[in-house]
Design a protein around this ligand. Structure first.
Ligand code: TLP
Length: 342
């Protein structure tokens, strides 16, 4: 099976599994797990922030971050198709108690001048504007990179108006590798960021929040409230450390494979292929006879898995367990299926 559903399907490497056996463990709720402490310090240092916090998932990382920046009833500004709004079970409202204020973006980027207009003034009738969330890379926009000038402009407006900036950086290393830029420099204007160890970086579990010492101290307590206080979490942190050491620069290969897949798919007459910037390829089937669910069923029957991103949209994600040959084969299968039915 050529599994292009997500980079979340990557399995841990042998080195990661061996690292688990060797890990120095302790009770992390009491900060006694040396491996977790090392991972949190390493992540904070790579991302250029004071402190880090290991969480179970990207969803938990974003929720803990939102809770830490806000009070119930506050307003949080985000791009209209952001993962936090679209795919995180409404936790920001159900649990953090905040109101999402959606701003339609341009390939995932919030236009700074629109943010400026949208942030409400202080008024007795309004919720308190408190936080802006951006997503980098932007998943539903097609793995697009939010560039440093946009991040800086959004941060400047947020800070001028007294709001904080959080980045959902589930795939921030894809953005940094795509830009060929130091990740710390890229995210420097943000107050906090969550990134995932368990996507393209191939670790089995875990995400990390980084921010100021004070922010992380508060976030640690919120993580505990959400049931995310873990004990010998070094078994999660050990493969995470290997991921940070060995998996970042190779993301380039995934990006190259995504480009090749997109090029091949573009040559299939009725398909509209979105521009590719990192490891995500989205195709639009509007000019074919297929809806995404039908095409996915046929592809699966032929050994290729992908996911639906809407009635006519299908997403493919490249990752460590997909080779160049897999890509060429998958593209041929898509061509075959579409052409035989169009
Ligand atoms: N995204 C998953 C699915 O939920 C769709 C995927 O396969 O892409 N932020 C972004 C931008 C994400 O893409 C994801 C996961 C998360 C946060 C949440 O991470 P997890 O799955 O660890 O909770």
């Amino acid at each position: 099976m050529i599994d292009l559903r997500s980079d979340t399907v990557t399995l841990p490497t042998k080195e990661m599994l061996e690292a688990i056996l060797e890990a120095k463990l302790g009770d992390d709720v009491s900060r006694e797990d040396e491996t977790v402490n090392t991972l949190e310090e390493t992540a904070a240092s790579i991302l250029g922030k004071e402190a880090g916090l290991l969480v179970t998932s990207g969803t938990q990382g974003n929720l803990v971050s939102i809770m830490t920046h806000t009070n119930p009833g506050d307003e949080v500004y985000m791009e209209a198709e952001s993962h936090v709004y679209y795919y995180e079970v409404g936790g920001l409202s159900a649990i953090a108690g905040v109101i999402p204020h959606l701003i339609p973006g341009n390939r995932g980027q919030i236009p700074p001048e629109i943010l400026e207009e949208e942030i409400r003034p202080q008024n007795i009738h309004y919720p308190t504007p408190r936080l802006v969330v951006i997503e980098n890379t932007h998943n539903r926009a097609g793995g697009t990179i939010i560039p440093p000038d946009n991040i800086k402009a959004i941060a400047d407006i947020s800070h001028d108006r007294g709001l904080s900036l959080h980045i959902d950086g589930a795939r921030i290393f894809n953005a940094a590798v795509g830009l060929n830029m130091d990740v710390a420099k890229l995210i420097e204007p943000a107050d906090s960021i969550t990134f995932c160890l368990s996507k393209g970086l191939s670790a089995p579990i875990g995400s990390i929040i980084v921010g100021s010492e004070e922010f992380i101290q508060k976030a640690r307590k919120n993580r505990k409230m959400l049931g995310g206080g873990m004990r010998q979490a070094g078994v999660i942190a050990a493969p995470g450390l290997v991921a940070l050491k060995t998996m970042i620069t190779r993301l380039r290969e995934d990006h190259e494979n995504a480009k090749i897949l997109a090029e091949r798919l573009s040559s299939i007459e009725p398909l509209n292929v979105w521009p590719v910037e990192t490891n995500i390829v989205i195709i639009d089937l509007a000019n074919t006879k297929y809806q995404s669910s039908e095409l996915l069923k046929e592809l699966e029957g032929r050994g290729v898995k992908a996911v639906s991103f809407g009635k006519t949209l299908v997403r493919f994600v490249t990752h460590r367990m997909i080779s160049r040959d897999d890509i060429l084969q998958a593209a041929d299968i898509v061509a075959d299926v579409i052409q035989s039915n169009n």
